[in-house]
Design a protein around this ligand. Structure first.
Ligand code: WQD
Length: 343
């Protein structure tokens, strides 16, 4: 049995990855402090996989607490999701982001080193490409022209991991996600941000369910076909599958490459107005929206070059954005039912 530690495993991408790894026969141990997730996710993961899952409630910024998890368990590899991820909050509270995200990764690396765990999949983001205007975005492009402390903290973590990997026996696959959307088809797990969502898809599903009144489309004066900004939306289950492939590669590897950054996207750009249409077609409901000014820091166009993921991980996203919209809406409806029955 191969033992995998998943930090941040009750979060949006972490929970879907935990499910896929369990279904593939891995022994998964989740470490999380529920900073941006709900403890009920653990039960829902267990419902999907039909067995119990190992869990430690731990804040990764406490090196002692984290090290106890390593002391009391055996791990072959780690997938590191845990971290704060709100762009807006990071601009207001940069120290919180640097303290949390950098110290968590440092503590994890120290514990991995101490306990001889030498395989790591790191949750990074296309945000590290920053203001790069050339698309599709290739992994060889320079990174670090970042526009907010969240993005800079991801960039800094990538640099730290690269340096440590070159200087030790640590093997790292860094996955740069584009825009994850959708949910597990069961409707049991999905994206459930605390407070008002910042991201497009959870905002749309909350408008569709009547929780929020209207979507603001941030800008229709970009140089794109319909004037709205373009992103590379990828189904979260596809994204989770990318992690499974990365773990498999690390476990097989006698690779000479100790640090490898790989994009996970569909390689297809979709505009905000196209996303609204797709949601409307998938759900049979209208999305009320108004066009407002551009959001500060937003890029006109961002989508992934996907050749590296295909060549090195044998990864290709399989699910359409229509399916992702259906799954997001299904999750939102299930979530609303559960919340209503609790009231
Ligand atoms: C998508 C498009 C908005 C909300 C961010 C982070 C990135 C990653 C994913 C990781 C943009 C437009 C949005 C709304 C809108 N995070 N939009 N109205 O900005 O591409 O990426 O999330 O953890 O690091 O930067 O994603 O979903 O916020 O926006 O018009 O209410 O939708 O302008 O064009 P983004 P997003």
């Amino acid at each position: 049995m191969v033992n995998i530690l998943i930090t941040g495993g009750t979060g949006y991408i972490g929970s879907h990855t935990a499910v896929l790894l369990c279904e593939a026969g891995y022994n998964v141990h989740i470490a999380d402090n529920f900073a941006n997730s709900d403890p009920g996710v653990l039960n829902r993961i267990e419902q999907i996989i039909g067995k119990s899952i190992h869990f430690s409630e731990v804040d990764l910024t406490s090196s002692e607490d984290l090290d106890l998890v390593f002391k009391n368990n055996t791990f072959d590899a780690v997938i590191h999701f845990a971290g704060l991820k709100s762009v807006g909050e990071s601009i207001k509270e940069p120290l919180k982001y640097y303290n949390n995200n950098i110290s968590s990764t440092m503590n994890l690396l120290n514990s991995m080193h101490k306990h001889n765990v030498d395989k790591l999949v790191f949750s990074s983001s296309a945000t590290v490409y920053g203001e790069c205007k050339i698309v599709p975005l290739e992994e060889t492009f320079p990174i670090g022209q970042t526009t907010n402390p969240y993005a800079t903290s991801k960039f800094m973590q990538e640099l730290i991991l690269r340096d440590v990997a070159f200087a030790s026996n640590l093997n790292v696959v860094t996955l740069r996600y584009f825009n994850p959307i959708g949910a597990h088809t069961s409707g049991l797990i999905g994206e459930n941000p605390k407070g008002i969502p910042n991201n497009l898809c959870p905002y749309i599903t909350q408008v569709l369910s009547g929780k929020l009144e209207m979507l603001s489309v941030f800008g229709d004066d970009y140089e794109t076909d319909d004037g709205s900004a373009i992103r590379d939306y990828i189904h979260v289950v596809d994204l989770a599958n990318g992690h499974l492939k990365a773990i498999e590669k690390l476990l097989q590897t006698n690779s000479s490459t100790s640090y490898n950054a790989i994009n996970l996207g569909r390689g297809i750009g979709v505009s905000v107005l196209e996303m609204i249409k797709t949601f409307e077609n998938a759900t049979g409901r209208k999305v009320p929206y108004r066009v407002t000014s551009r959001r500060q820091g937003d890029l006109p166009v961002s989508y992934a070059a996907t050749d590296k993921a295909l060549n090195e991980l044998d990864f290709k996203a399989e699910r359409s954005i229509e399916q992702a919209c259906r799954d997001s809406w299904n999750y939102q409806e299930e979530f609303n039912k559960t919340s209503a029955s609790k009231e």
